[in-house]
Ligand binder design. Sequence first.
Ligand code: FE2
Length: 292
Amino acid sequence: MSLIAREIDKIIEPQEVMEGAGVRLRRSIGTHTLDHLDPFLLLDNFGSDNPDDYVAGFPLHPHRGIETVTYMLAGVVNHKDTLGNSGSIGAGDVQWMTAGGGIMHEEMPQPRPEGNYGFQLWVNLPAKLKMSKPRYQDIRASQIPVVTAGGGARVRVIAGGAGGVTGPVTGIAADPVYLDVDAPPHSSFTHEIERGHSAFSYVFEGEGRFGGSDSEAGTRVSATRLAVWGDGDYVKVVTTDSPVRFLLISGKPLNEPIARYGPFVMNTRAEIEGALRDLREGRFVWSESRKD
Ligand code: FE2
């Protein structure tokens, strides 16, 4: 059986939004154009050298039913949560936070000369894990393996496997792959993705040809765009005179109903109302003793 090369299904131009207490973001999943890409619910790209665009941050807020994944390219975000975690996420670090049955946290970007650049991805949880115990994986840049793949691309492996190594994020229901791929000019990058899994690439520097099985095929995608991959067994990206840097993210679709309201993503409206009621009654945060 021969392997099928994935092609780009659609290209999405990120939309400017304001979030939190006034943070300027570019959103490409979680908009009218692309509500979700099961199991992914949201993708935000923050990036500015002007502290006015980000210092207002995200003061204390709740999450339930999802995972929020922060990957920093530059700058520092201070955080604190009801699990008792606090600290800073700096350049190259990842915070993979499983909100489960309820967490409150704050995420506050710090003014820095290098600005504040990075991504936040929301990954859905299956119904059976929506009310689970919250979990938090704090991954330092130094723990993330960097491999040079066969075609010359340099790959930071955050989750899943590439180039013979496995990323440090483990035990995630969506079985995700999360790679940061930096392909120099005149290189190629090939990566197998399980058939049926959703996949996208967020191109944030340069340009390349995405999809197909040979260097003449594929679709030209340049920064800053989200490219959604169609189904198949592998993806291929080829560069000519320009380098390209992009995230390659994939995951197993849940195929479950989605009821979303701000920071809560559940399966039914009744569960959303339950989250709002728990919040009002001061019983939102997950605890061993809570009866759900
Ligand atoms: Fe948050």
